[in-house]
Write a protein of this length. Structure first.
Ligand SMILES: *Cc1c(COP(=O)(O)O)cnc(C)c1O
Length: 397
């Protein structure tokens, strides 16, 4: 199988697994315990916190709070900000946020009367900076804008947005789940107050992540319990997961520059290979600044779901739009916000690469996609078929 769905999740790096295994059966102490087992666990916890601090360029290791991942981080950040400044009853988000932020804000608007400003993006995926500035005021408790989009890879100028939020005393949170491990981050040089990350998007296990909390932020934990994570996230620490997260952070920091060059070249070859062979399709967000590993291609007049199915039968795993919208028949909110043409938005397929992606994987994908698109277009029930005969010719089907 060729796996090109890294933005949904990645394999745990075998070197990460090696570091985790002893935590299950040997150094399985509770870091709160006062004996040797506890001390060993405490040392492992400190090491992991330092590894994550280094990857983020945070000032202090104590600013890293381990948790269960991106969804928890975003919920904790936004809920805390509202509780910390009860007179501020507005939130700013972008139109292309992950459901972790979108669903919470929809709930807050409906049930708590919080006003949500949704900042639009343009055709390429760039954020509307004028609309963002216009929405900022002293009524805003928190801005939550993602660093990089999971469906398109488009990168937002988050450090600049954070500076502008500061002028109004609003807290700034970024869902950096897709950015961490792929983009160089130096938090101490920014005004970002809170950042969420998730291990399983960069070769650590699922169900572990971290929330960065700048030391100046007054944090209001939503979970009440013990003193773990300085009371900011009570509950006995997920030690194997946390050690895995730390190891993955260290590997990402060490290999990011080289890997980005390699992965970007593979992604560009894949994208150009498909665009050259298939008519009536566009690379979504290709005109904006993008993550090096992501390519979403919208194929007109066919269903992304059918492409995903046939590629799976051909041994290639990709996803349509976002894995989070699987099971819903709604077209992707991200591509809709980007005004991707109606006949193309349903035909969007996301290819996302990782450290594990090889040249051979890309060769197979480039060979597999054109005949599948041609086959589907030949039986497509949609209107215009202008591009189909040409695509059929090219694919020799
Ligand atoms: C995967 C993802 C999340 C959710 O992270 P979990 O750890 O799976 O909860 C949030 N935001 C973005 C951009 C993601 O890609």
């Amino acid at each position: 199988m060729v796996y090109l769905d890294a933005n949904a999740t990645t394999a745990v790096d075998p070197r990460v697994v090696d570091k985790m295994l002893p935590l299950f059966t040997e150094t399985y102490g509770n870091p709160s315990s006062k004996h040797g087992f506890g001390e060993a666990a405490g040392a492992a916890l400190r090491r992991a916190r330092e590894q994550v601090r280094a990857l983020l360029g945070a000032e202090q290791a104590a600013e890293i709070v381990f948790n269960s991942g991106g969804t928890e981080g975003a919920n904790a950040a936004i809920m805390s900000a509202l509780e910390a400044s009860p007179r501020r009853r507005e939130i700013i988000i972008s139109a292309v946020e992950h459901p972790a932020v979108l669903a919470l804000c929809a709930w807050l608007e409906k049930n708590k009367g919080i006003r949500i400003h949704v900042i639009p993006v343009d055709r390429e995926g760039w954020l509307d900076l004028a609309a963002y500035k216009a929405a900022l005021s002293e009524r805003v408790a928190v801005v939550s804008i993602m660093w990089a989009n999971n469906e398109t890879g488009v990168i937002f100028p988050v450090p600049e947005l954070a500076e502008q939020a500061k002028e109004f005393g609003a807290l700034f949170h970024t869902d950096a789940v897709q950015a961490v491990g792929k983009l160089p981050i130096d938090l101490k040089a920014t005004e970002i107050d809170m950042l969420s990350l998730s291990g399983h998007k960069f070769h650590a296990p699922k169900g572990v992540g971290a929330l960065y909390l700048r030391s100046s932020v007054r944090f209001k934990p939503q979970l009440k319990g013990g003193h773990q994570e300085r009371g900011r996230r009570p509950g006995t620490e997920n030690m194997p997961g946390i050690v895995g997260l730390g190891a993955a952070a260290e590997l990402a920091a060490a290999h990011m520059d080289d890997e980005n060059v390699r992965v970007r070249a593979l992604r560009d070859r894949l994208e150009q290979g498909i665009l050259a062979e298939v008519g009536q399709c566009v690379a979504v967000g290709a005109g904006a600044e993008r993550l090096p590993n992501t390519s979403t291609i919208a194929f007109s007049f066919i269903e992304g779901e059918s492409i995903v199915l046939l590629l799976d039968r051909a041994g290639i795993a990709v996803s349509m739009g976002s894995a989070c919208s699987v099971g819903s028949f709604e077209p992707s909110h991200v591509l809709t916000a980007m005004h991707v043409a109606k006949e193309a938005v349903r035909g969007a397929v996301r290819f996302s690469l990782s450290r594990d992606t090889t040249e051979a994987d890309i060769d197979r994908a480039i060979a597999a996609v054109p005949p599948i698109v041609a086959k589907l277009r030949a039986i497509s029930p949609f209107g215009s078929q202008e591009g189909a005969p040409q695509a059929l010719d090219q694919a020799h089907v």
